[in-house]
Design a protein around this ligand. Structure first.
Ligand code: ZN
Ligand code: ZN
Length: 292
């Protein structure tokens, strides 16, 4: 998997951050302050800014009873917080969702409690790029069970998965629609499939908007409101790839769940396109897809 950027921003690394002891700042950082925040109040802010890490270690020694391993680990985490660039993807888990952000380079010290913070670029988000929630249950078991035992942990192994999920390719509904229409792709290389799903997804978002999520079958037009207020619809490839169907926009139709099932399971014949209307015979009966 090679998709290592989000909205044009390259992702150099993925760091998990616990926001405060027992995550006590998490709610504030995410909803109010738009920050990432680090405790370590015993460490001098100016030393960290000046990157005097040996002296930072000296300071830590006083508080850690000289435990070398712990001191080095603490120093490394502080160093990450101060020095990681704006191409670092910061994530944290909250309310059964994966939250992510990028943070500005500048580190400031809070005047109230001398903790350190970095402003988030834009906002913390728990959605992928098409606005679907990044529920932890959509991720693999290993990611779901991951717990960061320190303040900051690097997630090398999970980086491709997480970046892909934010880029929406793991959106389960679209992925299911796609693989259902193109089962022959299940054996293809993951990388190619992901690229295809991503392209499909871009077209789907445009097309769903164009039809306001309403079923394209004449006299249907069904949609319904989801709990988040947005409208529900499904996308379908009229002609499967195996029958020379293309991935282009004119091969995608927006359907209600019933009509989508029918096209997959009934006896279906795709017929002529004329005057912005395509005839589809379902179990011998003529139905019409209306195009805008
Ligand atoms: Zn379909
Ligand atoms: Zn319908």
């Amino acid at each position: 998997m090679k998709i290592m950027h989000i909205n044009g921003q390259d992702v150099n690394q993925v760091l998990y951050i616990n926001l405060g002891t027992h995550n006590k700042w998490r709610h504030n950082c995410i909803y109010n302050d738009n920050t990432i925040r680090l405790s370590y109040v015993e460490v001098d802010h100016q030393l960290c800014l000046a990157a005097k890490w040996t002296e930072v270690e000296e300071q830590l020694k006083i508080f850690r009873n000289g435990n070398k391993r712990v001191i080095t680990s603490d120093k490394n985490q502080i160093q990450k917080f101060y020095q990681c660039g704006e191409d670092t993807l910061w994530i944290t888990f909250f309310m059964q969702k994966l939250w992510w952000c990028f943070a500005k380079k500048e580190v400031t010290q809070r005047t109230d409690d001398t903790t350190k913070e970095r402003a988030v670029i834009g906002k913390w988000s728990c959605d992928n790029l098409v606005g679907e929630p990044l529920e932890l249950k959509y991720f693999n078991q290993e990611i779901q069970e991951f717990r960061c035992q320190q303040t900051i942990c690097e997630l090398k192994k999970f980086k491709p998965n997480i970046v892909a999920a934010i880029n929406t390719v793991q959106s389960p509904k679209i992925k299911d629609d796609f693989l259902e229409d193109f089962p022959e792709l299940k054996n293809e290389k993951q990388e190619i499939v992901i690229q295809r799903i991503k392209r499909f997804q871009d077209i789907v978002v445009q097309t769903k908007n164009k039809y306001n999520n309403c079923c394209q079958f004449e006299n249907c037009g069904f949609t319904f409101k989801k709990h988040d207020g947005s409208l529900y619809s499904e996308a379908h490839h009229l002609l499967p790839l195996s029958k020379e169907g293309s991935q282009a926009v004119d091969n995608i139709v927006i359907l209600c769940p019933n009509h989508h099932r029918m096209l997959h399971y009934a006896d279906v014949r795709i017929e002529d396109f004329e005057n912005n209307r395509r005839t589809v015979k379902i179990n011998g009966e003529s139905c019409y897809l209306i195009y805008k």
